[in-house]
Design a protein around this ligand. Structure first.
Ligand SMILES: Nc1ncnc2c1ncn2[C@@H]1O[C@H](COP(=O)(O)OP(=O)(O)O)[C@@H](O)[C@H]1O
Ligand SMILES: [Mg+2]
Length: 152
């Protein structure tokens, strides 16, 4: 499913729509180059769960966990090369009883729990982004826009 977003607010709104379909324990990967809107997307999902905290890229830490209903975790695995048992010990708490958004999932090389939705963002021009949502659950994608026109 593809959306064209014309502004950060639209990207947040698409994330909010997705968020309504999610529950604690879900893992969502968020891929895309620098500045494509990954953090903006996660911020939009956080707002849907009543999280008003400042949502920023986890640059100096592996992740953030924001208390909400449910909690939302935001991981950045940029520096990983696979996930060792010790590293998994640090990561696991972010996945427990939370919806977990993972930037740079490729770095985990398949060591993540099952992923429910894969989000990809890319630049179309300075203000437009292409947002692609992929899931093996058709019903989940249908729920996002009621199966209607996929353009936002
Ligand atoms: N349609 C859009 N969707 C998301 N971000 C956009 C859009 N148009 C412009 N931007 C800008 O692009 C930047 C995206 O930054 P950010 O979300 O931190 O990206 P990333 O986490 O992928 O590096 C922000 O400065 C934002 O204002
Ligand atoms: Mg970011």
């Amino acid at each position: 499913m593809e959306f064209s977003s014309a502004s950060p607010a639209e990207t947040e709104a698409v994330a909010g729509r997705l968020a309504r379909e999610l529950a604690a324990g879900d893992v969502v990967t968020v891929s895309g180059e620098l500045g494509s809107g990954k953090t903006t997307f996660v911020r939009g999902a956080c707002r849907e769960f009543g999280i008003t905290a400042h949502v920023t890229s986890p640059t100096f830490t592996v992740g953030h966990r924001y208390p909400g209903d449910p909690d939302v975790s935001h991981l950045d695995l940029f520096r990983f090369q696979g996930v060792s048992a010790a590293e998994w010990g640090d990561l696991e708490p972010y996945f427990e009883d939370a919806i977990c958004f993972v930037e740079w999932p490729e770095a985990a090389a398949g060591a993540l729990p099952p992923v429910r939705v894969e989000v990809r963002l890319s630049h179309m021009d300075p203000t437009h982004r292409l947002i692609t949502l992929e899931s093996s659950e058709e019903a989940l994608l249908d729920g996002i826009f009621g199966g209607a026109d996929s353009r936002f």
